[in-house]
Design a protein around this ligand. Structure first.
Ligand SMILES: Cc1cc2nc3c(=O)[nH]c(=O)nc-3n(C[C@H](O)[C@H](O)[C@H](O)COP(=O)(O)O)c2cc1C
Length: 208
């Protein structure tokens, strides 16, 4: 017995002691426990603060602290288990660089360095569905094109119902390719929309 105790001390754990005392053929019942720590990332760009506010609602619902997109590297993206990214639209009618914020450069300088194959990404956008109803949240369509070009799978599509727009470059298969918020005309709906959208993302398999 003394010799067995000495072996356990050398191996350093009481579990080692238990293992050494098991008779041959006996089953170990203390199954190994494994803790998986998921890491999510919310990146956003903003000009006048609205997108940051919605990122905050999403952050509250997920427990993830939003990060300005300029501080997000390709390595950060690759290290994240899930990515949520949002931007406003200021460059009305533009083919690219539609946001008019620092995400425009980031999409074509930093994002192309990331391999996002097999990763789930969700997108959100801010716009004015009455004042710019022909270009509502156009930048989200550009985010969609840039993220899918890196191999990401975009989840969290939403219905177009309930907004005043008549067109948007963020429409894919008759749906918005993410969550759209309108702080000019529908500010009172944004928080509930964000909270419900996070539940949708979870139901669609985002590890949140
Ligand atoms: C000059 C100007 C251009 C805009 N162009 C668009 C547009 O093309 N599409 C749209 O949906 N919203 C447009 N907007 C509305 C902004 O996207 C909206 O105010 C948004 O909430 C701003 O978000 P931010 O505060 O995060 O920058 C425009 C606003 C201004 C003042």
């Amino acid at each position: 017995m003394l010799r067995l105790y000495a072996v356990a001390c050398i191996l350093g754990t009481s579990e080692a002691f238990t293992a050494r005392t098991l008779k041959s053929g006996a089953k170990r019942t203390n199954a190994a426990r494994c803790t998986t720590i998921m890491s999510g990332l919310i990146g956003f760009a903003t000009m006048s603060g609205n997108t940051e506010r919605i990122a905050g609602y999403i952050g509250d619902a997920t427990g993830i602290s939003p990060t300005p997109i300029a501080d997000v590297s390709a390595a950060d993206l690759e290290a994240a288990d899930c990515i949520i990214c949002g931007a406003p639209t200021w460059n009305t009618g533009a083919d690219d660089m539609r946001s008019g914020t620092d995400i425009d450069d980031w999409l074509y300088s930093e994002l192309p360095n990331a391999d996002l194959s097999g990763k789930k990404v969700a997108l959100f956008g801010l716009g004015d569905s009455a004042g710019y109803s022909g270009n509502f949240c156009d930048s989200v369509g550009e985010l969609y094109d840039c993220f899918t070009a890196r191999g990401a799978t975009v989840v969290g599509f939403t219905d177009q119902d309930g907004y005043d727009h008549y067109d948007s470059k963020a429409i894919r298969d008759d749906k918005f390719c993410g969550l759209m918020c309108d702080e000019q005309n529908q500010m009172d709906q944004s928080e509930d929309r964000a909270t419900a959208w996070v539940e949708q993302l979870k139901a669609e398999g985002m590890p949140l």
